[in-house]
Write a protein that binds this ligand. Structure first.
Ligand code: 5GP
Length: 488
């Protein structure tokens, strides 16, 4: 790619200063707003006059002369050499950057001179040096691009990043300095998708108004499939290596359900970006479903039960189905929905369960209808599931808010056991190692679906934190997949 070789010639210390009128405006504003600035004579440098002589050839091509004044801000543009003509062209203008704000430099403009030096035969590093060494003002001679298609179109697309990106480790980027580093889970506002391979984006929440480059979905997909890149699509994870007793999050679920019905790969496709939008819960709508997933030792069922028991009018639990006999103290539809084995098997065939399993020759399972019936009563429904169940719950109907609970494991836990931690006394270093591993693997595999991580120190403090999260889910604006937004 030509651009690769000629990119990053933007000076880190140059800003565009378009006209005397603009400077006058700035001064007037400054005078009105801040007498002290004026009193200290803290003005920007005065621009020298524009050069009188413009060579004939350039005149014929309607040359534009742009005067820049140095500042700490970068110019916010990259250049490339045209493969056919050899001309040095402006490749990109970063949204919100100095070049963009000036409105005087555009993508496709041909750069002829920098401070009177012809640059057509110069190497990119030489051009870069001229730009960075210029003090005070800098003059560019430009042949403006004619085509309107070069103008950047405004786009307001928000994406949740599903992978970490470090431009300085990316050999494919056209300009490492112009890249936007981000972490999985960051929300990116994409301001330009004009280029098929490199989009321009800002991180939501950043005070920096300048856009920077991120790989497009298409480009990243190609990268992921390259034999040299470790693929996110093949993340190694299976909890099967973990001891069974720790695989089941419920205290006494050993030997019960467990085998996920959903192929794991379904949750791992396209880990690049997800288009999102802001979602404000509305009292007229059903509450969002709250899904707890937990790594080994998190004991999320206990946490869920405690929060629900503290305020049963506000929170509800989906009543499971079982094929075992009703005990004397139990009531139909309260502890369980009691059904026959045949009925349960028919329900499995009809896919009514988000998860089910077998324990002591009896089936147990939670149905979608059980969840709906809690939400229909306008209660917050908390479910604790194996993360595979998210595939079924990941719908506009449920708008799941996913909380990943993992136990806090102190380095010296074995020595300190019995302290405030909720982990059991007598737990071995091997157990702790499995728990750590489980949390890491679960984070790697399902982190992109998680809205919030709750590190559980002990049951009481985790309850306080969970209640606070639940209150925010009900009242605050959150980012959700674009398809979940209200269509009315
Ligand atoms: P019990 O018969 O003593 O009420 O419950 C026996 C086992 O079934 C417990 O380990 C309990 O956690 C598990 N269990 C209860 N409800 C469900 C459910 O909806 N799904 C699954 N997979 N297991 C459940």
């Amino acid at each position: 790619m030509e651009e690769d070789r000629f990119s990053c010639v933007e000076s880190p210390a140059i800003c565009l200063r378009p006209s005397y009128d603009d400077i006058l405006m700035l001064w007037l504003t400054a005078i009105l707003a801040a007498h002290d600035t004026v009193a200290q004579k803290n003005f920007d440098p005065v621009l020298p006059p524009l050069p009188d002589e413009v060579d004939d050839e350039l005149e014929e091509e309607s040359v534009k002369i742009v005067r820049l004044v140095k500042n700490k801000e970068p110019l916010g543009a990259t250049i490339r050499r045209d493969e056919v003509t050899g001309a040095v062209l402006v490749a990109r203008i970063m949204r919100g950057g100095a070049a963009d704000r000036s409105g005087l430099v555009h993508v496709g403009d041909e750069l002829r001179e920098v401070n009177g030096n012809l640059i057509i035969h110069k190497r990119p590093d030489e051009i870069s040096q001229i730009l960075s060494q210029s003090q005070g003002s800098i003059t560019l001679k430009i042949i403006p691009a004619v085509a309107e298609e070069y103008r950047l179109k405004e786009s307001k697309v928000y994406l949740r990043a599903l992978f970490d990106y470090t431009p300085f480790e990316d050999k494919a980027t056209p300009c490492q300095e112009a890249g936007l580093p981000f972490k999985r889970g960051d929300i990116l506002q994409v301001v330009s998708q004009d280029d098929a391979t490199w989009w321009q984006a800002k991180r939501v929440g950043d005070s920096n108004l300048r856009a920077a480059l991120i790989p497009s979905t298409q480009f990243q997909e190609r990268n992921l499939h390259s034999p040299h890149t470790p693929s996110l699509l093949t993340l190694p994870l299976s909890p099967s290596g973990l001891r069974r007793s720790f695989c089941l999050s419920r205290k006494d679920r050993q030997g019960s359900p467990g085998e996920p019905r959903i192929p794991d790969s379904a949750l791992l496709d396209f880990l690049i970006y997800e288009e999102v939008t802001r979602y404000q819960p509305h009292p007229s709508e059903r509450p969002r479903l709250v899904v707890l997933i937990g790594s080994l030792g998190a004991r999320i069922n206990e946490l869920k039960q405690k929060v629900i028991a503290e305020n049963p009018c506000h929170f509800g639990v989906a009543v499971p189905h079982t094929t075992r006999a009703k005990k004397s103290h139990e009531r139909e539809g309260v502890e369980y929905n009691f059904i026959t084995k045949q009925a349960f098997e028919a329900d499995i065939q009809s896919n009514i369960f988000i998860e089910y399993g077998e324990y002591k020759d009896h089936f147990y399972g939670t149905s979608l209808e059980a969840i709906r019936s809690v939400l229909d009563r306008n209660k917050i429904c908390l479910v604790d599931v194996q993360p595979e169940a998210l595939k079924i719950l990941w719908t506009a109907e449920f708008k799941p808010y996913v909380i990943f609970v993992k136990p806090r494991i102190h380095e010296s836990h074995c020595k300190r056991h019995g302290s405030s931690s909720s982990l059991s006394v007598g737990i071995t270093e091997e157990d702790l190692q499995e728990m750590r591993q489980s949390a890491v693997l679960m984070g790697e595999r399902y982190g992109h679906l998680v809205d919030r991580v709750l590190v559980k120190e002990d049951l009481a403090s985790a309850c306080v934190e969970l209640r606070d999260i639940l209150q925010r889910v009900e009242t605050e604006v959150h980012w959700v997949p674009i398809g979940w937004a209200r269509t009315t």
